[in-house]
Design a binder for this molecule. Structure first.
Ligand code: ATP
Length: 302
């Protein structure tokens, strides 16, 4: 028996970062959206835990641990421990989400593993318990369960779905070299040293833009507080922003802690035209994706 679950990448339409707390974390106010880039996770019964990675040739798997450090295995063990059961599984991850790209691919794998093992072992874990387990694994894991569009508070792990009437299209521009999230937060702290950082808040106009489905309204409101610090670490990324706007995108935004860059387009047709123009300008790894899409869901149960 095996179960395959598909989980989406996330982007942050708003990523508001608050002052560094005594716990060493920054409070966040974020508006997540799930986009159509996916990892598929297949689980099957086995006596010992193991993880196996596959890519489509496009994704660099070198940085992804194939041992107990893989967050998918941590998720599997956490679920077994939660139910007090002594079982193990083989976890196969087919990656379509860029690694260390600011799109929470690891979190997607953790969420997919929770849902897949819950089904394989017929555990029927209630949603609130799955969300709590997810939050214990990482700030972005609960949203990968939920998908759609949602507000994230706390460190991002407290998620609440919000209304989104848009059919949005994005071009994702990947980068060959990942950016480690802790380094980007350190650059944020350096940038704000000696300055007051206000408590983060999502502007209500952003909810209005989602309700209206108006791309120009949304384009004006996109904001990511990690964009400036990430650009300090990777000044060459600004060329991608320039190319995006020259190619006709409505807006360009850094994805999470980067280095993936997101280009908001009016419809699929425009996104494909922008994508083609970026290819002309030498960007090799780009994808046209719809949003919002579903959270972690079973795609095969055999
Ligand atoms: P973050 O979640 O820290 O914002 P990210 O979204 O930029 O990160 P991820 O692809 O989720 O990037 O992975 C960040 C790091 O987590 C990787 O460099 C890798 O070392 C580690 N990792 C552990 N498990 C996984 C996994 N299943 N897939 C990808 N990376 C993993």
């Amino acid at each position: 028996m095996s179960t395959t679950v598909r989980a989406p990448a996330k982007i942050n339409l708003h990523l508001g970062v608050g002052p560094l707390g005594e716990d060493g974390f920054h409070p966040l106010a974020t508006l997540y959206q799930a986009v159509g880039l996916y990892d598929d996770v297949t689980v099957s019964d086995q006596l010992e835990w193991s993880v196996h990675l596959r890519g489509d040739g496009r994704i660099d798997l070198a940085e992804v641990p194939a041992d107990d450090d893989n967050i998918a295995l941590r998720a599997g063990r956490a679920l077994a421990a939660h139910h007090g059961i002594d079982r193990a599984a083989k976890v196969e991850i087919r990656k379509g989400i860029p690694v260390a790209g600011g799109m929470a691919g690891g979190s997607a794998d953790a969420a997919a593993t929770l849902v897949a093992l819950d089904r394989l072992w017929d555990l029927q874990t209630p949603d609130d318990e799955l969300l709590r387990l997810a939050a214990g694994l990482g700030s972005d894991v609960p949203f990968a369960l939920l998908g759609g569009t949602a507000v994230g508070s706390g460190h991002g792990e407290l998620v609440t779905p919000v209304a989104d009437n848009g059919s949005w299209w994005w071009v994702v521009v990947e980068n060959d070299d990942g950016l480690a999230t802790p380094g980007v937060y350190r650059a944020f702290d350096e940038l704000h040293a000696g300055r007051d950082v206000p408590a983060p808040e999502i502007p209500s106009a952003l909810h209005d833009a989602l309700l209206s489905g108006d791309v120009e309204q949304l384009a004006r409101l996109l904001r990511n507080d990690l964009q400036e610090p990430a650009l300090r670490l990777r000044p060459e990324l600004s060329a991608t922003f320039d190319d995006a706007l020259a190619a006709g995108a409505h807006a360009a935004l850094l994805s999470g802690s980067g280095p993936s860059v997101l280009l908001l387009c009016g419809d699929r047709h425009q996104a494909e035209a922008v994508d083609a123009e970026l290819a002309e300008r030498g960007h090799r790894r780009t994808s046209v994706v719809p949003a919002p899409v579903a959270g972690a869901h079973v795609v095969e149960y055999v």
